[in-house]
Design a protein around this ligand. Structure first.
Ligand code: CA
Length: 225
């Protein structure tokens, strides 16, 4: 994978760069937000490892600009320990996953691997359709009522899992497992944030909401009965 590391602590940036390079990735590093954003937009990498606390433009600012530009890069944010609010903000702003500092290189490598994998099982058909919502799986494009909708890569993964089996109810844990492939410590809050993000993009402004919540059970995608 081509990876861009945006981290202002030179020691940590160097450590991460070397470790990921040793694992076969092509890694470049930038040490402030503005330079990082410029590099990410000029030549979009597969994955961006993004520190939130950065000079010139902080990580949330970088994320906002990336999502505004419909960047195809996946984003793993680095947050400081205990800053739950930052993690939530990062996910709401469009991050695909997060890692809390301090982390081990093995932990980082595992997250990077998981983000590199195409999550959803290959679809039987390249075109998924639920009511007026369409997904071109191969080209990773989504439209509702003919209007294109820009989704982040992880938002696409979540939606693809739901669209492949319309009407099937997925628990938060199951969605988390399918999309983030965590072996333990399922973070159901992350799933909730992604569903909220998807609702804003897929359902807001339409009279028929497609994403349904079944209280204390999970989520499903289907037109209301
Ligand atoms: Ca920092």
């Amino acid at each position: 994978m081509r990876i861009l590391v945006i981290e202002d602590e030179p020691q940590l940036a160097g450590h991460v760069t070397r470790a990921l390079t040793r694992r076969g990735h092509t890694v470049t590093a930038r040490h402030d937000g503005a330079e990082g954003l410029q590099a990410a937009l000029a030549d979009p990498p597969d994955l961006i490892v993004l520190d939130l606390n950065l000079p010139t433009l902080d990580g949330l600012g970088v994320l906002a600009k990336l999502r505004q530009a419909a960047s195809p890069s996946r984003v793993l944010v680095l947050t400081a320990r205990g800053e739950v609010e930052h993690r939530v903000k990062g996910l709401k702003a469009g991050a695909d996953d997060y890692l809390t500092k301090p982390f081990s290189i093995e932990e980082l490598a595992a997250r990077v691997e998981a983000l590199g994998r195409r999550t959803a099982a290959p679809a039987a058909s390249d075109l998924l359709k639920v009511a007026d919502l369409h997904m071109d799986v191969q080209h990773r494009r989504v439209a509702r009522a003919g209007k294109p909708i820009a989704l982040s890569p992880r938002e696409l993964d979540v939606l693809q899992v739901l669209m492949q089996e319309p009407g099937r109810v997925f628990s938060r844990t199951e969605l988390c497992e399918r999309v983030w492939q965590r072996d333990h410590e399922y973070d159901t809050r992350t799933v909730e944030i992604f569903i909220t993000r998807l609702r804003k993009k897929i359902d807001a402004g339409f009279s028929t909401p497609l994403i349904q919540t079944l209280r204390s059970v999970g989520y499903t995608l289907r037109p209301p009965a």
